[in-house]
Design a protein around this ligand. Structure first.
Ligand SMILES: NC(=O)c1ccc[n+]([C@@H]2O[C@H](COP(=O)([O-])OP(=O)(O)OC[C@H]3O[C@@H](n4cnc5c(N)ncnc54)[C@H](OP(=O)(O)O)[C@@H]3O)[C@@H](O)[C@H]2O)c1
Length: 293
């Protein structure tokens, strides 16, 4: 039996992870043997920013693998709520890291392409020095560093724009459609990678089954602006007549500054034996599933 603890269990990625972990026939062998038990705790059951709650959860549940999806994830909101963002994304990670370190549990931390500043203008590898431009990116980098320090058994996955999970996600606006006469705006001044959440989870499960540790970039191959990806999604998804127009981010203090380019090179993952498919292919497959349902 392998006991997984999922934090932030009501969030989008968490809900996909919980469903996938509970799917019959899942095997994470050879590294993790036996059936999987999932303890899913939402913020109301476990506030990771509260050290004593984390300690109590470890005593009660004795997890062997912790998937820390809990986070303050709204990038622009983090600019106005810096204190809370550091409290959850950094301090919460530290509380979990220390508890994992003491109990020899593995800690998985989900991070972001926004740890980079975009000045490289070529896909970023895990060895490239981060330099976040936003509060969100900075809190996630701080979380990464604290996880590395406190949890000897850790896995840090950086990704781009996830879609396909329940709740808020990158393509939600296209899926919801627009009222007649309205248009949808997509940012054309930030290049990243739309990433199918199930492809991301497949890569995570692969790495867990290999007992991998350290930092990995995990995103669908290729690159796109949000504008281009939304336009493509509007073609593939069943919603009709969604017109997408380009718009720039506003550097007016209300929005976080994004790097112009934050594409992640996934060569390390590939060398480990897992290849991510191109984002267009993943998006087409997602659209086909949506048409059938
Ligand atoms: N989605 C993406 O494109 C993307 C890309 C890169 C990295 N990530 C990372 O992946 C992880 C999951 O993202 P997501 O898209 O699933 O985000 P999400 O839907 O916003 O889920 C985050 C969850 O964390 C919970 N939470 C907030 N503060 C908490 C606390 N102190 N203790 C416990 N739970 C808390 C939230 O609860 P409330 O709703 O009650 O606040 C929410 O349910 C995050 O760490 C994020 O930074 C996501």
């Amino acid at each position: 039996m392998v006991r997984f603890l999922v934090t932030g269990a009501r969030g989008g990625l968490a809900r996909v992870l919980i469903e996938r972990l509970r799917a019959p026939g899942l095997s994470l062998e050879p590294a993790l043997t036996g059936p999987v038990e999932v303890i899913a705790l939402g913020r109301e059951d476990l506030d990771i920013a509260r050290h004593e709650e984390v300690e109590r959860a470890f005593v009660e549940h004795r997890p062997e693998v912790v998937l820390n999806t809990a986070g303050l994830t709204q990038v622009d909101l983090c600019e106005s709520y810096q204190w809370e963002a550091y409290l959850v994304n950094r301090d919460g990670a530290e509380h979990l890291g220390r508890a994992c370190g003491r109990s020899n549990a593995a800690l998985v931390y989900f991070s972001t392409d926004l740890v980079f500043d975009g000045s490289k203008r070529a896909p970023y590898t895990e060895e490239d020095p981060p330099n976040p431009l936003s509060v969100y990116g900075d809190t996630k980098l701080a979380g990464e560093l604290i996880v590395m320090k406190s949890a000897p058994r850790h896995l840090i996955l950086r990704t781009g724009w996830l879609y396909g999970q329940p709740g808020r996600h990158f393509l939600k606006a296209v899926q919801e459609g627009v009222k007649e006469g309205e248009v949808l705006f997509g940012y054309d001044d930030h290049i990243s990678q739309p990433t199918h959440v199930h492809d991301f989870v497949d890569a995570l499960f692969f790495l867990l089954s290999r007992g991998a540790g350290g930092t990995y970039h995990v995103a669908n191959a290729g690159e796109a602006t949000q504008f281009r990806a939304l336009r493509q999604a509007a073609d593939y998804l069943p919603q009709k007549n969604v017109e997408v127009q380009p718009v720039h981010h506003q550097n007016d203090g209300r929005q976080a500054i994004r790097p112009r380019y934050s594409v992640l090179a996934c060569g390390k993952l590939e060398r480990a034996g897992f290849k991510m498919r191109p984002w267009e292919e993943a998006l087409r497959a997602y659209g086909e599933t949506a048409r059938r349902s």
